[in-house]
Design a protein around this ligand. Structure first.
Ligand code: PEP
Length: 255
């Protein structure tokens, strides 16, 4: 197996600290020792510390949903990579489409977050993907290329295998509309080709590319069976332990 599958839960702006602890405990009880798949929980900032305590000694990892590129200073409301590391965070989501659209994040700004994360030993989960208008306008691959190349600017050959890419078609996020396996595999293969051009085949083969967008236990097995789909970034289905645990089990079964 070249690439270990990875299932990450993006809890977005949901769960109080106490609710997050309950959910994390339920997940850990069911799959806390699973090592054949990487599992990452990304609670809101306010629950990172409490969830981190639940994950101590378990194989499940802690992820944040955002990071600011600067080390410290006058950036009200922001959190640095160093602060996240201090809470034993290992992963961080960057460039989620909700941050791109609601908070105006550009590829250049997202690229700074990727570089800061890597410099601080945080594994970035770089989200890329087209809107419905872009898909219908036939520009899906061009948009994905811009997001991938823009996000990875300055990422070295030594660093690239610690980056995780999440292909998330915006029209499939939280809508119940999942990309067909063919649509998803086509874009994943395209991303792998881009990585091959940038870093060479041996390294490109090691980078994990997750699918995100209404992934659920019912559609996961088919998606996870695709050659270039190495796991999932899960929103809605990660908010309930049963569906998240089932998704992890699908990933275990898919190898
Ligand atoms: C996400 O926001 O990253 C996501 C994939 O959400 P959902 O699973 O709810 O579509």
């Amino acid at each position: 197996m070249i690439r270990k599958k990875l299932i990450a839960g993006n809890w977005k702006m949901n769960k109080s600290s106490a609710e997050a602890v309950t959910l994390a405990k339920d997940i850990v009880e069911a799959i806390g020792r699973e090592t054949s798949v990487d599992i990452v929980l990304c609670p809101p900032f306010t629950a990172l510390e409490s969830v981190g305590r639940v994950l101590e000694g378990q194989s499940v990892k802690l992820g944040a949903q955002n990071v600011h590129p600067e080390k410290s200073g006058a950036f009200t409301g922001e959190v640095s990579a160093e602060m996240l590391r201090g809470l034993f965070t290992t992963h961080v989501i960057v460039g989620h489409s909700e941050r791109r659209s609601y908070f105006g994040e550009t590829d250049a700004f997202i690229n700074k977050k990727v570089l800061t994360s890597l410099a601080n030993q945080l594994k970035p989960i770089l989200c890329v993907g087209e809107t419905l208008v872009e898909r219908e306008g036939g520009t899906t691959l061009a948009v994905v290329q811009r997001h991938v190349e823009g996000g990875l600017l300055g990422v070295t050959k030594e660093q690239i295998t610690t980056v995780i890419i999440a292909y998330e078609p915006v029209w499939a996020i939280g809508t119940g509309k999942v990309a067909s396996t063919e649509q998803a595999q086509e874009v994943h293969a395209y991303i792998r080709d881009l990585l091959t051009k940038l870093y060479g085949a041996p390294l490109a083969q090691k980078v994990r590319i997750l699918y995100g967008g209404s992934m659920k236990p019912a559609n996961a097995p088919e998606l996870l069976a695709q050659k270039d789909i190495d796991g999932g970034l899960i929103g809605g289905a990660a908010l309930e332990s049963r569906s998240f645990v089932d998704l992890v089990k699908s990933a275990v079964a898919a190898g």
